[in-house]
Design a protein around this ligand. Structure first.
Ligand code: GTP
Ligand code: MG
Length: 206
């Protein structure tokens, strides 16, 4: 599966100003610097579509991208940017929560998590908040190229994912959909696009 066209539509500071379209929408969210914008660029085969940076706090607005004239990808600011001021953090939090509460056309959120870290409280709390608000989500592990793949199940990616799954199962009865990605090595694109395509087809058949 490949995306044929990806077009930047608009950046907004407020959920209420976002496009009034009924097209199905998928949003990428997670801690600052986790690789949300890079993932969008990998999925769309366009290195310059979403702005990325090695410094956290790059994406500051709600960015809508129109994909194949039929659905939207949304790049959001990260949460938990340690160096933001208290009022900035509050503003970002409001922007993010307003977006998720108000976007009825949102089909699913993708929570991005850096595969190198243990489960972080801020991510689990955000997943809990989505669950309470009846918003579907899946988990995307990013930067898998940064972990050793030496075949030893206890030292690399497998161990990290196993531990993460057990934290999820302490909080939820079921595991969400899980994706493993590397934007630099172009890993995981097919699975995510296949999943979105399937959800889009399910909507069209309703
Ligand atoms: P904010 O917009 O600041 O919240 O960050 P973001 O989540 O959009 O992250 P962004 O895509 O800007 O990437 C942050 C940094 O991580 C950049 O230096 C990227 O090059 C790097 N990065 C992103 N994905 C990967 C990956 O899969 N592998 C590696 N090695 N680096 C990555
Ligand atoms: Mg970004």
């Amino acid at each position: 599966m490949n995306i044929k066209s990806a077009k930047f539509i608009v950046s907004n500071q407020n959920a209420k100003d976002c496009p009034k379209s009924d097209l199905p929408e998928y949003a990428f969210i997670g801690r600052s610097n986790v690789g949300k914008s890079s993932l969008i660029n990998m999925l769309t085969n366009n290195k310059k579509l979403a702005k990325t940076s090695s410094k956290p706090g790059k994406t500051r607005l709600i960015n809508h991208f129109l994909i194949d004239s039929s659905w939207h990808l949304v790049d959001l600011p990260g949460y938990g940017y340690a160096r933001a001021s208290k009022s900035e953090k509050k503003n970002f939090q409001k922007l993010i929560t307003d977006y998720f509460i108000n976007r009825n056309q949102l089909i699913s959120a993708f929570i991005l998590v850096d595969v190198r870290h243990e489960a972080q409280k801020i991510d689990i709390e955000f997943m809990r908040w989505l669950t309470i608000n009846k918003i579907a989500f899946s988990i995307v592990f990013t930067k898998i190229d940064k972990l050793k793949q030496d075949g030893n199940p206890n030292s690399g990616i497998e161990e990290k994912i196993k531990n993460y799954k057990s934290v999820i199962l302490e909080n939820w009865e079921y595991l969400p959909e899980i994706f493993l990605t590397s934007s630099t090595k172009h890993i995981g694109k097919e699975n995510i696009l296949y999943y979105i395509n399937k959800l889009n087809r399910d909507i069209n058949q309703k």
